[in-house]
Structure formats: structure tokens, C-alpha cells
Design a protein around this ligand. Structure first.
Ligand code: SF4
Length: 330
């Protein structure tokens, strides 16, 4: 059985909507609304969904770059939501992030040498000579030359800048890397290079990834298991083969029906969803997907479906798969 590295329990991130003379909270934007999942050591766990579904907020909440409103985040058996800021800063050595936009995530005033050395200085790792050697090794690992270290971010292409971002995330030898849309801003030709690099580094250093993306073809390539998010909630989790061959949740089925099929002999029926994604400040009662679901039932408008195991290793939050409803439909 796989050993879990991270366990997330009932995580919530709500933003108050303050209004009126006294600036009182009149409601909440529920960016992440009670999600539970675990990530095994050495796996790549995908978080997918349309923009605004809460996947990036989840990634940042896991590192406490933004503070969760409620819930538990167990990393190697320790609930890191209980740590003080100083304790969390130390723990972050083992949990790093790669940002979506390599153009703005690197300080333009610093050389690559300085950018890669900074995390080592902040965490008091090594003396100047040892840090220089580490930086050269990091550059080498991500395919940059020694001469690149004295250059500034604007002197690199998008793909090279993302390599710098990955090298910076690796500097402290983390166990977990949260990659937040790491290839979305790159040309398609460069995307595969960065993905291949991430896979090579994973086997070399035994890394665990949480890979956040909206592009389901990229996710299929790199992830072992995938969680699909809709309006701040997880609606389905399973391994990628099951997800792509046998999606259960109506939202996942619609998302996957829009992914282009490279084999011209395979014809797919596209499921067109009606209506807009509701606002996370005013999510529908019951199942959050009930305003757009082609299979909506009365119960969906009243009762929020729990994420539960519908088949071994396959979790779905949908009333279609709950015992009582299933027998009514049979
Ligand atoms: Fe559709 Fe109901 Fe399932 Fe929600 S719970 S996805 S509305 S069938």
C-alpha cells in the first residue's frame, strides 16, 4: 500500500464580503469549500478544473501562503495548520511551489545566481562557497549552463525561465512541489520539455508533485491520480486511466468530452454544458453543479452529495452513485 505524504481534511478558504458603513461581513466567497484528499509519496497528484474553481487557492493554502479558514493539512504526520509562522517557515523547506508565470515570479533585478542562492541564504544553508557549488549543480540539473548564472531573467526565454523557477524550488531539496499551472504560459513546443524535465527530476530526487492545471491533455501525460474541482469542491478523484476511460461525475464527463481526440477513428460526443459557472459567493444549494447538470434530480437541489468511494480507488460526489438513489434509478 502506498504511503501518504500529505492528508488534507475538510479544507476551507472563505473570503468575507464586507459591505455597509461598519464594513461588516455580508457573506463569503467560498473559494475552497470543504475538500478532503491525500497525496502519496512519489506520486503526481493532479488538481484540475476550469479557472476560478479554487485549484490555485488550494495550492497556496496547502503551503499556508494564504491562511486556510478551516481544516487540517497533515504533512508527514504533522498538522501544519497548527504551526507558528516561524515553525511553518522552517517546514516550507520541504514544501515548495513553482508558479504559473515564469515572467513575473522571478525578481528582474537579481541574477540567476542570486535567485537560486536566496532560499539557501534565507534558510541558513552552507557557506558562500558551498552555496555557489549548490547553485551550479542546480543549474546543471535543469539544463542551464554556468554562464547563464550571471544573467537576468529578462535575458531568457519562457521555457528557460520556468527551468529557473524549478531550480529555485529544488534548492532546498523539498519532498513536495506544488506546480501551479507550470506550463500554461509556455508555447506548446516548450511545454513538453518542461514536463519531461519535471518527470526526470521526480525519478532522480523522489519528488512528490501536486500538479495544478486546466489542460486535461497535460494532466493525462504527467499525473498518476487526478482530483476534479468545481466551484471550490472536489467532485471526483481517481487514477488517471480510470478518469479518462470511465469518468463518473457528469461534470468530469463534460470536461473530458471537450478534449480533442488524436485518433480520427474515435468519435466522441461533445457534452455542451448550459449556463455559466455560478459565483462562489452564491453557490447553488445542494450539489454545486445542479444548475448545469444534464442529469439533475430533485435531491440534487437540496442535498450536497458527499465525496465517497463508488468503486475501489474511485471517489465521486454525485447522488447518481449513492446507494438509495442508485436503487431508485435501477
Ligand atoms: Fe448532477 Fe445531481 Fe450528480 Fe450533481 S449530484 S452531478 S446535479 S446528478
Amino acid at each position: 500500500m502506498s504511503e501518504s505524504l500529505l492528508e488534507v481534511k475538510s479544507l476551507k478558504k472563505y473570503y468575507p464580503i464586507n459591505k455597509g458603513f461598519f464594513n461588516k461581513a455580508q457573506g463569503f466567497v467560498k473559494a475552497v469549500d470543504d475538500i478532503t484528499f491525500s497525496v502519496n509519496k512519489g506520486e503526481t497528484f493532479g488538481l484540475v478544473g476550469e479557472s476560478g474553481c479554487g485549484k490555485s487557492t488550494t495550492g497556496r493554502s496547502l503551503l499556508r501562503l494564504i491562511e486556510p479558514t478551516a481544516g487540517e493539512i497533515w504533512f508527514e504526520g504533522q498538522d501544519i495548520t497548527k504551526l507558528s509562522m516561524e515553525e511553518m517557515r522552517k517546514r516550507r523547506r520541504e514544501m515548495q511551489i513553482v508558479f504559473q508565470d515564469p515572467f513575473s515570479s522571478l525578481d528582474p533585478r537579481n541574477t540567476v545566481q542570486r535567485i537560486l542562492e536566496e532560499p539557501l541564504i534565507v534558510h541558513g544553508v552552507g557557506n558562500a562557497k558551498e552555496r555557489r557549488a549548490t547553485v551550479e549543480r542546480l543549474a546543471d540539473v535543469v539544463g542551464l549552463a554556468k554562464v547563464h548564472l550571471q544573467r537576468y531573467p529578462h535575458q531568457f526565454s519562457g521555457g528557460q525561465r520556468q527551468r529557473i523557477g524549478i531550480a529555485r524550488a529544488l534548492a532546498l531539496q523539498p519532498k513536495l512541489i506544488i506546480a501551479d499551472e507550470p506550463v500554461s504560459a509556455l508555447d506548446v513546443s516548450i511545454q513538453s520539455q518542461v514536463i519531461n524535465l519535471m518527470q526526470d527530476l521526480q525519478s532522480e530526487f523522489g519528488l512528490t508533485y501536486i500538479f495544478i492545471a486546466h489542460d486535461l491533455s497535460v494532466v493525462k501525460h504527467i499525473c498518476d491520480r487526478v482530483a476534479v474541482m468545481y466551484l471550490g469542491r472536489i467532485v471526483e478523484i481517481t487514477d488517471k486511466n480510470k478518469l479518462y476511460s470511465h469518468p463518473l461525475h457528469p461534470y468530469t464527463q463534460a470536461l473530458l468530452s471537450a478534449v480533442p481526440e488524436p485518433d480520427p477513428d474515435i468519435r466522441k460526443e461533445r457534452i455542451i454544458l448550459q449556463g455559466e459557472v455560478p459565483s462562489p459567493s452564491n453557490a447553488p444549494v445542494g450539489c454545486a453543479f445542479n444548475t448545469r447538470c444534464p442529469r439533475v434530480m430533485d435531491v440534487c437541489r437540496n442535498l450536497r452529495p458527499a465525496l465517497q468511494e463508488t468503486e475501489p480507488g474511485h471517489l465521486t460526489a454525485c447522488h447518481l452513485y449513492e446507494g438509495e438513489v442508485k436503487s431508485l434509478l435501477a
